[in-house]
Ligand binder design. Structure first.
Ligand SMILES: Cc1cc2nc3c(=O)[nH]c(=O)nc-3n(C[C@H](O)[C@H](O)[C@H](O)COP(=O)(O)OP(=O)(O)OC[C@H]3O[C@@H](n4cnc5c(N)ncnc54)[C@H](O)[C@@H]3O)c2cc1C
Length: 387
Protein backbone atom coordinates (compact mmCIF):
# COMPACT_ATOMS: atom_id res chain seq x y z
CA UNK A 1 0.00 0.00 0.00
CA UNK A 2 1.21 3.46 -0.83
CA UNK A 3 2.07 6.37 1.37
CA UNK A 4 1.80 9.70 -0.40
CA UNK A 5 4.93 11.82 -0.41
CA UNK A 6 4.78 15.15 1.40
CA UNK A 7 3.67 17.28 -1.49
CA UNK A 8 2.05 20.27 0.20
CA UNK A 9 3.68 23.60 0.94
CA UNK A 10 3.07 23.28 4.67
CA UNK A 11 5.05 20.60 6.43
CA UNK A 12 2.31 20.69 9.11
CA UNK A 13 -0.17 18.68 7.04
CA UNK A 14 0.62 14.99 7.21
CA UNK A 15 -0.39 13.39 3.92
CA UNK A 16 -0.18 9.87 5.29
CA UNK A 17 -2.58 10.82 8.09
CA UNK A 18 -4.99 12.42 5.59
CA UNK A 19 -4.91 9.23 3.53
CA UNK A 20 -5.53 7.04 6.60
CA UNK A 21 -8.43 9.25 7.70
CA UNK A 22 -10.12 8.99 4.30
CA UNK A 23 -9.50 5.26 4.11
CA UNK A 24 -11.18 4.80 7.52
CA UNK A 25 -14.09 6.95 6.36
CA UNK A 26 -14.51 4.82 3.22
CA UNK A 27 -14.42 1.54 5.15
CA UNK A 28 -16.89 2.82 7.73
CA UNK A 29 -19.39 4.66 5.54
CA UNK A 30 -19.25 3.25 2.00
CA UNK A 31 -19.69 -0.52 1.79
CA UNK A 32 -19.20 -1.82 -1.78
CA UNK A 33 -22.94 -2.48 -2.18
CA UNK A 34 -23.73 1.15 -1.39
CA UNK A 35 -21.21 2.32 -3.99
CA UNK A 36 -22.84 0.05 -6.59
CA UNK A 37 -26.34 1.27 -5.70
CA UNK A 38 -25.30 4.92 -6.12
CA UNK A 39 -24.01 4.09 -9.60
CA UNK A 40 -27.04 2.06 -10.60
CA UNK A 41 -29.57 4.60 -9.29
CA UNK A 42 -27.65 7.66 -10.51
CA UNK A 43 -28.03 8.93 -6.94
CA UNK A 44 -26.31 12.13 -5.80
CA UNK A 45 -24.55 11.01 -2.57
CA UNK A 46 -25.80 13.87 -0.44
CA UNK A 47 -25.68 11.95 2.85
CA UNK A 48 -22.04 10.96 2.22
CA UNK A 49 -21.12 14.59 1.62
CA UNK A 50 -22.66 15.41 4.99
CA UNK A 51 -20.83 12.51 6.65
CA UNK A 52 -17.54 13.53 5.04
CA UNK A 53 -17.61 16.34 7.62
CA UNK A 54 -16.63 13.68 10.20
CA UNK A 55 -13.16 13.62 8.67
CA UNK A 56 -12.65 17.32 9.39
CA UNK A 57 -11.25 17.68 5.87
CA UNK A 58 -13.71 20.06 4.22
CA UNK A 59 -11.36 22.91 5.06
CA UNK A 60 -8.19 21.19 3.91
CA UNK A 61 -7.28 23.94 1.42
CA UNK A 62 -8.74 26.87 3.36
CA UNK A 63 -6.56 29.23 5.40
CA UNK A 64 -6.64 28.77 9.17
CA UNK A 65 -7.93 32.31 9.71
CA UNK A 66 -11.16 31.21 8.00
CA UNK A 67 -11.46 28.00 9.97
CA UNK A 68 -9.62 25.73 7.55
CA UNK A 69 -6.61 23.45 7.95
CA UNK A 70 -4.29 25.80 6.06
CA UNK A 71 -3.17 23.30 3.42
CA UNK A 72 -2.90 23.81 -0.33
CA UNK A 73 -4.86 22.03 -3.09
CA UNK A 74 -2.09 19.45 -3.41
CA UNK A 75 -2.77 18.34 0.17
CA UNK A 76 -6.20 17.18 -1.03
CA UNK A 77 -4.84 14.68 -3.54
CA UNK A 78 -4.90 11.65 -1.19
CA UNK A 79 -8.60 12.41 -0.61
CA UNK A 80 -9.37 12.01 -4.32
CA UNK A 81 -7.23 8.94 -4.69
CA UNK A 82 -8.68 7.10 -1.70
CA UNK A 83 -12.32 7.99 -2.40
CA UNK A 84 -11.88 6.95 -6.04
CA UNK A 85 -10.83 3.48 -4.98
CA UNK A 86 -14.35 2.82 -3.69
CA UNK A 87 -16.70 5.48 -5.08
CA UNK A 88 -15.15 7.71 -7.78
CA UNK A 89 -18.22 9.92 -7.99
CA UNK A 90 -17.75 11.00 -4.37
CA UNK A 91 -14.20 12.18 -5.18
CA UNK A 92 -15.62 14.01 -8.21
CA UNK A 93 -18.31 15.92 -6.30
CA UNK A 94 -16.11 16.65 -3.28
CA UNK A 95 -13.32 17.77 -5.62
CA UNK A 96 -15.77 20.07 -7.35
CA UNK A 97 -16.41 21.87 -4.07
CA UNK A 98 -12.77 21.90 -2.89
CA UNK A 99 -11.63 23.37 -6.22
CA UNK A 100 -14.50 25.61 -7.30
CA UNK A 101 -15.54 26.66 -3.80
CA UNK A 102 -12.56 26.63 -1.44
CA UNK A 103 -9.76 27.14 -3.94
CA UNK A 104 -11.39 29.66 -6.27
CA UNK A 105 -12.63 31.86 -3.40
CA UNK A 106 -9.34 31.51 -1.52
CA UNK A 107 -7.32 32.54 -4.59
CA UNK A 108 -9.60 35.10 -6.22
CA UNK A 109 -12.41 36.07 -3.79
CA UNK A 110 -12.75 39.61 -2.41
CA UNK A 111 -12.12 40.03 1.35
CA UNK A 112 -15.90 40.10 1.91
CA UNK A 113 -16.44 36.96 -0.18
CA UNK A 114 -13.70 35.14 1.73
CA UNK A 115 -15.19 36.27 5.03
CA UNK A 116 -18.64 35.04 4.05
CA UNK A 117 -17.98 31.84 2.12
CA UNK A 118 -14.78 30.28 3.45
CA UNK A 119 -15.88 29.59 7.06
CA UNK A 120 -19.06 27.97 5.73
CA UNK A 121 -17.16 25.92 3.17
CA UNK A 122 -14.72 24.80 5.88
CA UNK A 123 -17.71 23.39 7.77
CA UNK A 124 -19.11 21.63 4.68
CA UNK A 125 -22.22 23.84 4.77
CA UNK A 126 -22.14 25.02 1.16
CA UNK A 127 -22.02 23.30 -2.21
CA UNK A 128 -20.44 24.97 -5.20
CA UNK A 129 -20.43 24.21 -8.91
CA UNK A 130 -18.43 25.67 -11.76
CA UNK A 131 -20.17 26.56 -15.03
CA UNK A 132 -17.91 27.20 -17.99
CA UNK A 133 -18.82 24.72 -20.75
CA UNK A 134 -21.60 25.65 -23.17
CA UNK A 135 -23.31 23.86 -26.05
CA UNK A 136 -20.88 25.63 -28.43
CA UNK A 137 -17.86 26.08 -26.16
CA UNK A 138 -16.07 22.99 -24.82
CA UNK A 139 -12.34 22.59 -25.41
CA UNK A 140 -12.23 26.11 -26.81
CA UNK A 141 -13.83 27.34 -23.60
CA UNK A 142 -13.19 31.04 -24.12
CA UNK A 143 -15.78 30.96 -26.92
CA UNK A 144 -18.53 31.23 -24.30
CA UNK A 145 -21.51 33.38 -25.15
CA UNK A 146 -23.62 33.34 -21.97
CA UNK A 147 -23.98 37.09 -21.44
CA UNK A 148 -23.98 39.30 -18.37
CA UNK A 149 -25.44 42.70 -19.29
CA UNK A 150 -25.18 45.69 -16.98
CA UNK A 151 -28.48 47.49 -16.51
CA UNK A 152 -29.54 49.94 -13.80
CA UNK A 153 -27.00 48.85 -11.22
CA UNK A 154 -27.43 45.09 -11.84
CA UNK A 155 -26.15 42.41 -14.18
CA UNK A 156 -28.63 40.23 -16.02
CA UNK A 157 -27.24 36.81 -16.99
CA UNK A 158 -28.75 35.08 -20.02
CA UNK A 159 -27.68 31.91 -21.79
CA UNK A 160 -27.03 28.23 -21.14
CA UNK A 161 -24.31 25.94 -19.87
CA UNK A 162 -23.84 22.22 -20.45
CA UNK A 163 -22.43 19.27 -18.46
CA UNK A 164 -22.25 21.22 -15.19
CA UNK A 165 -21.49 18.95 -12.24
CA UNK A 166 -23.79 19.37 -9.26
CA UNK A 167 -25.63 22.34 -10.76
CA UNK A 168 -29.02 21.04 -9.60
CA UNK A 169 -27.98 20.60 -5.96
CA UNK A 170 -25.46 23.42 -5.40
CA UNK A 171 -25.99 26.60 -3.43
CA UNK A 172 -23.71 28.69 -5.61
CA UNK A 173 -22.64 28.25 -9.22
CA UNK A 174 -19.49 30.08 -10.29
CA UNK A 175 -20.70 31.17 -13.73
CA UNK A 176 -18.34 32.30 -16.46
CA UNK A 177 -19.98 34.98 -18.60
CA UNK A 178 -19.22 37.16 -21.57
CA UNK A 179 -19.03 40.81 -20.51
CA UNK A 180 -16.90 42.24 -23.36
CA UNK A 181 -16.00 41.17 -26.92
CA UNK A 182 -12.32 40.34 -26.22
CA UNK A 183 -12.06 36.52 -26.28
CA UNK A 184 -10.03 36.10 -23.07
CA UNK A 185 -10.26 39.56 -21.51
CA UNK A 186 -14.00 39.83 -21.84
CA UNK A 187 -14.96 37.04 -19.42
CA UNK A 188 -16.31 37.65 -15.93
CA UNK A 189 -16.95 35.06 -13.20
CA UNK A 190 -20.09 35.57 -11.12
CA UNK A 191 -20.98 33.81 -7.87
CA UNK A 192 -24.60 33.03 -8.70
CA UNK A 193 -26.82 31.82 -5.84
CA UNK A 194 -28.96 29.07 -7.34
CA UNK A 195 -32.06 30.38 -5.55
CA UNK A 196 -32.01 33.46 -7.81
CA UNK A 197 -35.11 33.66 -10.05
CA UNK A 198 -34.37 32.70 -13.67
CA UNK A 199 -31.85 29.98 -12.75
CA UNK A 200 -32.92 26.44 -13.66
CA UNK A 201 -31.35 23.08 -14.50
CA UNK A 202 -32.16 19.88 -16.33
CA UNK A 203 -30.51 16.60 -15.44
CA UNK A 204 -28.36 14.85 -18.09
CA UNK A 205 -28.09 11.07 -18.29
CA UNK A 206 -24.63 9.79 -19.00
CA UNK A 207 -22.28 6.82 -19.22
CA UNK A 208 -20.10 7.16 -16.14
CA UNK A 209 -19.79 9.11 -12.89
CA UNK A 210 -23.42 8.36 -12.19
CA UNK A 211 -24.64 10.39 -9.24
CA UNK A 212 -22.64 13.54 -10.02
CA UNK A 213 -25.79 15.43 -11.00
CA UNK A 214 -24.52 16.60 -14.38
CA UNK A 215 -26.85 19.27 -15.70
CA UNK A 216 -27.70 21.65 -18.45
CA UNK A 217 -28.15 25.06 -16.83
CA UNK A 218 -30.46 27.77 -18.09
CA UNK A 219 -30.10 31.45 -17.16
CA UNK A 220 -33.07 33.63 -18.03
CA UNK A 221 -32.36 37.20 -16.92
CA UNK A 222 -30.76 36.02 -13.70
CA UNK A 223 -30.22 39.25 -11.79
CA UNK A 224 -27.06 39.67 -9.72
CA UNK A 225 -25.21 42.69 -8.37
CA UNK A 226 -21.63 43.80 -9.11
CA UNK A 227 -20.73 42.43 -5.65
CA UNK A 228 -21.42 38.94 -7.04
CA UNK A 229 -18.43 39.24 -9.37
CA UNK A 230 -15.71 36.87 -8.14
CA UNK A 231 -13.16 39.17 -6.50
CA UNK A 232 -15.62 42.09 -6.47
CA UNK A 233 -16.46 44.84 -8.93
CA UNK A 234 -12.83 45.57 -9.79
CA UNK A 235 -12.52 42.03 -11.27
CA UNK A 236 -14.86 42.67 -14.19
CA UNK A 237 -13.42 40.90 -17.27
CA UNK A 238 -10.82 38.99 -15.21
CA UNK A 239 -12.59 35.65 -15.13
CA UNK A 240 -10.26 33.83 -17.49
CA UNK A 241 -7.16 34.65 -15.45
CA UNK A 242 -8.95 33.61 -12.25
CA UNK A 243 -9.77 30.26 -13.82
CA UNK A 244 -6.26 29.66 -15.12
CA UNK A 245 -4.97 29.85 -11.52
CA UNK A 246 -6.87 26.62 -10.78
CA UNK A 247 -5.74 24.55 -13.72
CA UNK A 248 -2.70 22.84 -12.19
CA UNK A 249 -4.75 21.81 -9.15
CA UNK A 250 -7.57 20.58 -11.36
CA UNK A 251 -5.28 18.44 -13.50
CA UNK A 252 -3.62 16.94 -10.42
CA UNK A 253 -7.00 16.23 -8.85
CA UNK A 254 -8.14 14.35 -11.96
CA UNK A 255 -4.84 12.48 -12.20
CA UNK A 256 -5.31 11.40 -8.56
CA UNK A 257 -8.85 10.21 -9.29
CA UNK A 258 -7.36 8.13 -12.14
CA UNK A 259 -4.79 6.58 -9.80
CA UNK A 260 -7.52 5.59 -7.36
CA UNK A 261 -9.63 4.00 -10.08
CA UNK A 262 -6.63 2.21 -11.60
CA UNK A 263 -5.66 0.81 -8.19
CA UNK A 264 -9.21 -0.40 -7.52
CA UNK A 265 -9.30 -2.26 -10.85
CA UNK A 266 -5.90 -3.79 -10.25
CA UNK A 267 -6.95 -4.98 -6.77
CA UNK A 268 -10.19 -6.48 -8.03
CA UNK A 269 -8.54 -8.14 -11.03
CA UNK A 270 -5.70 -9.68 -9.02
CA UNK A 271 -8.13 -11.09 -6.45
CA UNK A 272 -10.32 -12.51 -9.22
CA UNK A 273 -7.44 -13.94 -11.25
CA UNK A 274 -5.87 -15.61 -8.21
CA UNK A 275 -9.09 -17.38 -7.41
CA UNK A 276 -9.99 -18.37 -10.95
CA UNK A 277 -6.67 -19.07 -12.64
CA UNK A 278 -4.17 -19.83 -9.91
CA UNK A 279 -3.71 -23.59 -9.70
CA UNK A 280 -3.32 -25.33 -6.39
CA UNK A 281 0.30 -26.25 -7.16
CA UNK A 282 1.17 -22.57 -7.32
CA UNK A 283 1.45 -22.45 -11.11
CA UNK A 284 -0.56 -20.00 -13.15
CA UNK A 285 -2.85 -21.46 -15.72
CA UNK A 286 -2.47 -18.48 -18.03
CA UNK A 287 0.92 -16.87 -18.36
CA UNK A 288 -0.64 -14.12 -20.48
CA UNK A 289 -2.88 -13.05 -17.60
CA UNK A 290 0.04 -12.95 -15.20
CA UNK A 291 1.93 -10.69 -17.59
CA UNK A 292 -1.11 -8.49 -18.15
CA UNK A 293 -1.35 -7.96 -14.39
CA UNK A 294 2.32 -7.01 -14.27
CA UNK A 295 1.82 -4.52 -17.12
CA UNK A 296 -1.14 -2.98 -15.32
CA UNK A 297 0.83 -2.62 -12.07
CA UNK A 298 3.87 -1.19 -13.84
CA UNK A 299 1.93 1.37 -15.84
CA UNK A 300 -0.02 2.43 -12.77
CA UNK A 301 3.24 2.86 -10.87
CA UNK A 302 4.59 5.06 -13.70
CA UNK A 303 1.41 7.19 -13.62
CA UNK A 304 1.71 7.49 -9.85
CA UNK A 305 5.30 8.68 -10.01
CA UNK A 306 4.50 11.23 -12.72
CA UNK A 307 1.54 12.56 -10.73
CA UNK A 308 3.43 12.75 -7.43
CA UNK A 309 6.36 14.41 -9.15
CA UNK A 310 4.08 17.09 -10.65
CA UNK A 311 2.35 17.46 -7.27
CA UNK A 312 5.69 18.03 -5.52
CA UNK A 313 6.54 20.78 -8.01
CA UNK A 314 3.14 22.43 -7.61
CA UNK A 315 3.33 22.12 -3.82
CA UNK A 316 6.74 23.79 -3.84
CA UNK A 317 5.45 26.62 -6.05
CA UNK A 318 7.61 25.62 -9.05
CA UNK A 319 6.26 26.21 -12.57
CA UNK A 320 4.78 22.87 -13.70
CA UNK A 321 2.12 23.30 -16.40
CA UNK A 322 3.99 20.78 -18.53
CA UNK A 323 4.18 18.20 -15.74
CA UNK A 324 0.57 18.58 -14.54
CA UNK A 325 -0.72 18.26 -18.12
CA UNK A 326 1.44 15.19 -18.69
CA UNK A 327 0.22 13.68 -15.40
CA UNK A 328 -3.45 14.38 -16.19
CA UNK A 329 -3.46 12.77 -19.59
CA UNK A 330 -1.08 9.94 -18.80
CA UNK A 331 -2.85 8.93 -15.58
CA UNK A 332 -6.33 9.04 -17.13
CA UNK A 333 -5.26 7.17 -20.27
CA UNK A 334 -3.41 4.60 -18.14
CA UNK A 335 -6.43 4.08 -15.89
CA UNK A 336 -8.58 3.66 -19.01
CA UNK A 337 -6.24 0.98 -20.34
CA UNK A 338 -6.13 -0.76 -16.95
CA UNK A 339 -9.92 -0.73 -16.63
CA UNK A 340 -10.32 -2.25 -20.10
CA UNK A 341 -7.76 -4.96 -19.29
CA UNK A 342 -9.55 -5.63 -16.00
CA UNK A 343 -12.89 -6.12 -17.71
CA UNK A 344 -11.27 -8.44 -20.26
CA UNK A 345 -9.50 -10.55 -17.62
CA UNK A 346 -12.74 -10.98 -15.72
CA UNK A 347 -14.24 -12.33 -18.94
CA UNK A 348 -17.96 -13.03 -18.61
CA UNK A 349 -17.89 -11.66 -15.05
CA UNK A 350 -16.42 -8.40 -16.31
CA UNK A 351 -19.68 -7.81 -18.12
CA UNK A 352 -21.82 -8.14 -14.98
CA UNK A 353 -22.73 -5.50 -12.44
CA UNK A 354 -21.54 -7.81 -9.63
CA UNK A 355 -17.97 -6.65 -10.26
CA UNK A 356 -16.74 -3.07 -10.27
CA UNK A 357 -14.37 -3.09 -13.28
CA UNK A 358 -17.21 -2.18 -15.65
CA UNK A 359 -18.08 0.86 -13.50
CA UNK A 360 -14.41 1.87 -13.45
CA UNK A 361 -14.29 1.62 -17.24
CA UNK A 362 -17.37 3.84 -17.60
CA UNK A 363 -15.98 6.36 -15.10
CA UNK A 364 -12.47 6.62 -16.59
CA UNK A 365 -13.91 7.43 -19.99
CA UNK A 366 -15.15 10.65 -18.44
CA UNK A 367 -11.81 11.37 -16.72
CA UNK A 368 -10.00 11.76 -20.02
CA UNK A 369 -12.63 14.32 -21.15
CA UNK A 370 -13.35 16.53 -18.11
CA UNK A 371 -10.82 19.17 -17.07
CA UNK A 372 -9.37 19.35 -20.59
CA UNK A 373 -9.31 16.30 -22.83
CA UNK A 374 -6.23 14.18 -23.50
CA UNK A 375 -5.77 15.94 -26.85
CA UNK A 376 -5.94 19.37 -25.23
CA UNK A 377 -3.36 18.32 -22.58
CA UNK A 378 -1.10 17.17 -25.40
CA UNK A 379 -1.53 20.54 -27.12
CA UNK A 380 -0.48 22.23 -23.87
CA UNK A 381 2.58 19.99 -23.46
CA UNK A 382 3.51 20.57 -27.12
CA UNK A 383 3.40 24.34 -26.56
CA UNK A 384 5.55 23.95 -23.43
CA UNK A 385 8.02 21.99 -25.56
CA UNK A 386 8.12 24.80 -28.11
CA UNK A 387 6.40 22.67 -30.76
C1 LIG B 1 -19.22 14.10 -16.65
C2 LIG B 1 -18.78 15.46 -17.05
C3 LIG B 1 -18.77 16.48 -16.12
C4 LIG B 1 -18.40 17.78 -16.49
N1 LIG B 1 -18.45 18.77 -15.56
C5 LIG B 1 -18.23 20.06 -15.95
C6 LIG B 1 -18.41 21.14 -15.03
O1 LIG B 1 -18.72 20.94 -13.86
N2 LIG B 1 -18.24 22.39 -15.49
C7 LIG B 1 -17.89 22.68 -16.78
O2 LIG B 1 -17.75 23.85 -17.12
N3 LIG B 1 -17.72 21.67 -17.67
C8 LIG B 1 -17.88 20.37 -17.30
N4 LIG B 1 -17.73 19.33 -18.20
C9 LIG B 1 -17.39 19.64 -19.58
C10 LIG B 1 -15.97 19.33 -19.94
O3 LIG B 1 -15.10 20.24 -19.35
C11 LIG B 1 -15.91 19.33 -21.46
O4 LIG B 1 -16.64 18.19 -21.89
C12 LIG B 1 -14.50 19.26 -21.98
O5 LIG B 1 -13.85 20.47 -21.76
C13 LIG B 1 -14.44 18.94 -23.49
O6 LIG B 1 -15.29 19.74 -24.21
P1 LIG B 1 -16.34 19.07 -25.22
O7 LIG B 1 -17.00 17.97 -24.51
O8 LIG B 1 -17.22 20.15 -25.75
O9 LIG B 1 -15.48 18.44 -26.36
P2 LIG B 1 -15.02 19.13 -27.73
O10 LIG B 1 -14.29 20.37 -27.45
O11 LIG B 1 -16.21 19.20 -28.62
O12 LIG B 1 -14.01 18.05 -28.27
C14 LIG B 1 -14.41 16.90 -29.02
C15 LIG B 1 -13.15 16.14 -29.41
O13 LIG B 1 -12.29 16.97 -30.20
C16 LIG B 1 -11.01 17.07 -29.59
N5 LIG B 1 -10.49 18.43 -29.78
C17 LIG B 1 -11.15 19.60 -29.58
N6 LIG B 1 -10.32 20.63 -29.80
C18 LIG B 1 -9.12 20.12 -30.15
C19 LIG B 1 -7.86 20.67 -30.49
N7 LIG B 1 -7.66 21.99 -30.52
N8 LIG B 1 -6.83 19.83 -30.77
C20 LIG B 1 -7.00 18.48 -30.74
N9 LIG B 1 -8.18 17.91 -30.42
C21 LIG B 1 -9.23 18.69 -30.12
C22 LIG B 1 -11.24 16.79 -28.12
O14 LIG B 1 -10.05 16.33 -27.49
C23 LIG B 1 -12.32 15.72 -28.18
O15 LIG B 1 -11.73 14.48 -28.42
C24 LIG B 1 -18.04 18.04 -17.83
C25 LIG B 1 -18.00 16.99 -18.77
C26 LIG B 1 -18.38 15.72 -18.40
C27 LIG B 1 -18.36 14.64 -19.44
Amino acid sequence: MYTTPQTGTRPGLDQAAIRATVRDFVEREIPPDRARAIDQNDEYPSDLLDKFGQTGLWGINIAEEYGGLGGCPVDALPIYEELSRRLPVLAWVIGNILLYGNDIIGKSGSPEQKEYYLPRLAQGELRFSFALTEPNAGSDAAKISTKATFREGHYLITGSKMFITGAGVSDVVVTMTRTAPSKYRGITAFLVPTATPGYSTSHLKKLGYQGSDTCAVHYEDVQVTPSHILGGESCLNQGWGQMVKLLNSERLALASCSLGIGQAVLDETIAYAKERFHLAQGRWQHQAIRHALVDMATELEAARHLTYHAARLEGAGIECVRETSMAKYFASETAKKIALQGVEILGRDGATLAFDCQRALRDVLVLSIGGGTTQIQKNIVARQMGL
